[in-house]
Each structure stands twice: as structure tokens, then as C-alpha cells.
Design a protein around this ligand. Sequence first.
Ligand code: PAF
Length: 290
Amino acid sequence: MKAIKSIPELREELRTARTNRTSVEFVPTMGAFHEGHLALMRAARKRGGLLVVSIFVNPIQFGPSEDFDTYPRDLDADLAKAADEGAEVVFAPTAAEMYPDGQISTRVEVGRLGEILEGAYRPGHFAGVATICAKLFNLVGPDRVYLGQKDAQQVAVLSQMVRDLNLPVELVVCPTVREPDGLAMSSRNRRLDPAGREAAAAIYSALRAAVREANAGETSAFKLVTVARRLLDRQPTVRLQYLEVVHPQTFQPVDQVSAQTLIVLAAHVGSVRLIDNCIVGTAQRPEREE
Ligand code: PAF
């Protein structure tokens, strides 16, 4: 496995490495790998192409009061895990490599979708995500990019970008990987204290309660939100930021659930901000709840 920090070195490596390979499979990450990241790498690996992983904590997707400085970083452990998963190239640039002027003038904006829910609570976040992904997709030239369903709005934003800019890339969305108590895996989980970690399980319990109601035939978004909110209200350590039933592509609120409708939430547990979502849409009933 090659660990690469510079853009010229990446271009050179990929120019030779992609020869005789059927495809380039790309997993973009911010590192601090957990099982969710490894599942993306395994899905990518199955395609049999050249597996490229990036590790970059992207400063422009963090707001001034967000956790950029404290975001977990563990490059040596990440490189070992990526090698175990069969990554052939890991691109782990510095911020100066990606943003040599210290900032960037050209940004990718996706309009309204980037400004609601996560975008409303994290202004500029999705422009930061779309911009770094546009740069990375240009550098790596992947056939497929692997993303987690946990970041559902990010998936919608990047799908919009790929469609609007005719990028020759397929996005592959992999299911959320969860801890045994249901908490969605996230690099931020390691910053929860023991009490917060226990309380955080209520997030998935609440979403599952809504999914169960939907599976039992409830189609009113208001009722599903009420069921989930009631459970979360019992857990004062979990401070809800938003909890909504939305269309899976536009993220606009819906009154009635239909195929693939999502229930999405963000909450603070202590100083850690967590997001999660489940599909409540009828297409999934009755066997699966995730
Ligand atoms: O999901 C993430 O880890 C990041 O938002 C991404 C897609 C790597 C862009 O920085």
C-alpha cells in the first residue's frame, strides 16, 4: 500500500496504478476509522478495481465554533487498517496541500438542499463537503465512490453535485453500521463520556420506535415524530436539534410517508453532536427497519 501526501505524487501513482485495472473504487474519509469506514472499504474492495482511500479532515466543512481542532485524528492506526482492508493507495494530504492559499475562492454550492436541516445548523458545511469532494473526485478519477447512509443529507448533496456537473462517477451508498446497542458508528462517538455514550443509544431507539409505527401502518409524519420525540424526552442528556420526516432526495419535510421517506435527526450529547436517520418509507416494509 502506498501512503501519499502530495498531489503530484498521487497523480503519478494513479497514472501507473490504474493501467490494466478495470476500475478505480474510491472511499473518501476524514480518518479515525471505525467499522463503518471499513465496511465502505470492503464494499469497494469487492468490485475488484484499484482501491483508493483518502484521509483528510477538511477545514472548510467545519464552522468557526465547530470541532475541527478536536476532531479525532489517528493516521498511523488508519494506515494500518486501510492496508488490512486491501487499499492500494491512501491519499492523506495536509491542509496546505489541498488549500495552498490558505483558503479557496471557487466553491461548489448545491442550492436549497445544502441550506436546510444540517445545512441550517452548519452554515457552509455542505459547500465545504461538495468542494472537497469535487477536488478529490478530480484528483482520483474514480468510477465509484462509497458513502455511508448515516450521512444521508451528504449523500443527497453529492448526488445533486454529480448530476448537476455531469461528473462521470457512480455513488454507492452503504448501510449505516451500528454498535450493538444501535448507536450509529461515528468518529465522534469516541469523544462521548461513559454516561453520554449510554444515553446516546436512545437516538436509535427513538428512530426505531418511529420505524415500528410506520411498519404497523402509520403514515402520518407528525405521529412518527411524536413517537420518537416522546422517547428522547425521557433522556435529558440527549438535546435534540432537529427531528423531521423528509423526502430522501430533497430533504423537504413531508406530511405523509411514502417510498424511501427518511426520519432524520441531530442531537447534542454533552458537547458531541450526533446525527442519525432511518428509512420509514413503505418500500422497506415489513422485513427491514434500517
Ligand atoms: O463524510 C466524510 O467523512 C466527509 O464529509 C467527506 C465526504 C470525506 C468529505 O470531507
